[in-house]
Ligand binder design. Structure first.
Ligand SMILES: *[C@@H]1O[C@H](CO)[C@@H](O)[C@H](O)[C@H]1NC(C)=O
Ligand SMILES: *[C@@H]1O[C@H](CO)[C@@H](O)[C@H](O)[C@H]1NC(C)=O
Ligand SMILES: *[C@@H]1O[C@H](CO)[C@@H](O)[C@H](O)[C@H]1NC(C)=O
Ligand SMILES: *[C@@H]1O[C@H](CO)[C@@H](O)[C@H](O)[C@H]1NC(C)=O
Ligand SMILES: *[C@@H]1O[C@H](CO)[C@@H](O)[C@H](O)[C@H]1NC(C)=O
Ligand SMILES: *[C@@H]1O[C@H](CO)[C@@H](O)[C@H](O)[C@H]1NC(C)=O
Length: 441
């Protein structure tokens, strides 16, 4: 998710039969504080889709069963080390992917987010705010189970957590920072710095208790002092996010994601790619630095260059100029420049229509999507046709389904969960600092 998520929310209280939320948008990609003011600006009325309750999320009990599926050992392609693998469970109308994370003796579902770097859970007693920043009932934030208790490794005095997702008035959270042991995918990370959210505005899914931020160190959002309203670059403190600390547990800086709307094949693996996953050739591309607002550059997002985007009939280049994109598991759709999104949406048969109330493009759910390819390191990854229509994200008036392509007002452009379908994505934050992609066979 972009840290500034786009969501909605308050209206859902008024419509008990509808869930209002943002297409995804970002539930989770964090915009680095330094970049936040320029990045990901989305009009607040965009990206709200109403979903009827007949697709309401499954209960946690059911989720826990499914999570057990992939316990085992992972390896390769460049790492033959033992590691862990777990189900990345598609949830909430297939707009997000969840993983089991254990703190103490309790297991929570967290959203898997490569677009932000803070891992947090909602703390018991959380104060839920509406968009006007008024305190409302906790249920309005629609969290899953709350974390009860304190940090097992102690709270960090004089530090707090302050994050916003999506656009300017999107969800945000303030809270405490501290250390806790975390277990995910069978790997225990001792003394991980995490946040417990105590107040904020959120549009939850009723299942997840927070976010697993797998982003790079440049994106973390801890601040010195105890005055969130005064937070800025001057009191930002850096810390090691999960992706850094887990690398010393598994012996390398590698994790892989094979996100699929079919839960039985959807995984997160630490330390490599599961041996049972069959793939074609890997294309490798560097993780790129982004420039900072006040000079210099750093690693923030999993940024890469898409050499071209192809659509129509697999032979015609749609966008021959390279495009810098971030690879973000916390964003549902591919969010691309308006001219590209409009052109791709026009190639559906029948063409997608833009529905202003939803801030997105929709098609009859049985429409035929165009072919769509992303060229990375010379190799074109063609999207699975079925991935390009979200069967569970519908406009209530037309009953049309969302397409896989939306837009935002500016960079970073995002390849979201739609892009991940049918691929294995390897995030290598070790010395080679690159991403590798391969088609799943
Ligand atoms: C966790 O479970 C173990 C074994 O059941 C128990 O001994 C321990 O006290 C529990 N820890 C907490 C924090 O509840
Ligand atoms: C958490 O810490 C606070 C403040 O130190 C304390 O009052 C509270 O009892 C603790 N809660 C638990 C469950 O240990
Ligand atoms: C921190 O949180 C406050 C609200 O508590 C908000 O007004 C402020 O903009 C936030 N600052 C940052 C840097 O996110
Ligand atoms: C999900 O994947 C499994 C394993 O490949 C397959 O057997 C099953 O048919 C798939 N389910 C759907 C709905 O495609
Ligand atoms: C795509 O190209 C093939 C031949 O290359 C052609 O037979 C087919 O009709 C084309 N489809 C569309 C939708 O243009
Ligand atoms: C979109 O606009 C950019 C910048 O104006 C241009 O370079 C690019 O070719 C356009 N792409 C398409 C597919 O129209």
């Amino acid at each position: 998710m972009d840290k500034v998520l786009l969501n909605s929310s308050v209206a859902s209280l008024l419509m008990p039969l509808l869930l209002l939320f943002s297409i995804i948008l970002d539930l989770a990609s964090a915009v680095p504080f330094a970049e936040r003011r320029q990045a990901v600006r989305v009009p607040s009325d965009l990206h709200t889709v109403r979903l009827t309750r007949n697709t309401v999320p499954k209960s946690r009990a059911v989720l826990s069963d499914r999570f057990r599926k992939f316990r085992g050992v992972a390896a390769g392609p460049t790492a033959a080390v033992p590691a862990g693998v777990a189900t990345a469970l598609p949830a909430y109308h297939d707009v997000e992917y969840l993983i089991d994370v254990k703190l103490g003796n309790t297991t929570f579902s967290l959203i898997i987010d490569t677009g932000s770097s803070d891992t947090w859970l909602v703390k018991e007693g959380f104060q839920c705010l509406n968009a006007a920043l008024q305190t409302v009932s906790f249920v309005n934030c629609n969290f899953g189970p709350v974390f009860k208790g304190n940090f097992s490794g102690g709270q960090i005095p004089g530090q707090h957590f302050n994050i916003s997702y999506g656009s300017g008035n999107g969800p945000f959270l303030n809270g405490q920072m501290g250390y806790s042991d975390l277990t995910l995918a069978g790997v225990t990370i001792p003394k991980q710095q995490i946040a417990l959210a105590t107040v904020g505005s959120w549009n939850g899914d009723g299942i997840s208790s927070g976010i697993l931020g797998l982003g790079l160190p440049g994106l973390t959002e801890a601040f010195k002092g105890n005055q969130p309203a005064e937070d800025g670059l001057q009191n930002l403190v850096n810390y090691s996010p999960v992706v850094t600390t887990v690398s010393s547990q598994v012996g390398n800086g590698i994790f892989s994601l094979g996100l699929s709307r079919n839960a039985s094949t959807s995984f997160l693996a630490l330390g490599g790619v599961p041996t049972f996953v069959k793939v074609g050739n890997y294309a490798s591309t560097p993780i790129e630095k982004m420039s900072k607002q006040f000079g210099g550059s750093d690693y923030f997002f999993y940024t890469m260059t898409a050499e071209q985007l192809l659509w129509k009939n697999r032979t015609q280049s749609g966008q021959q100029q390279p495009l810098k994109v971030i690879v973000d598991s916390g964003t549902t759709l591919n969010l691309l420049p308006y001219n590209i999104t409009r052109a791709v949406n026009a190639q559906y048969s029948p063409p997608a229509i833009y529905i202003p109330q939803q801030g997105g493009w929709f098609v009859p759910c049985n429409a035929v999507p165009p072919s769509f390819g992303v060229q990375i390191a010379g190799q074109v990854f063609w999207a699975e046709t079925s991935s390009m229509i979200l069967q569970q994200v519908r406009d209530p008036n037309t009953n049309y389904c969302a397409t896989g392509f939306g837009t935002v007002e500016g960079e970073p452009w995002i390849l979201g969960d739609v892009f991940f379908q049918g691929l294995v994505a390897v995030f290598d934050t070790g010395p080679s600092m690159e991403m590798r992609f391969a088609k799943r066979l």
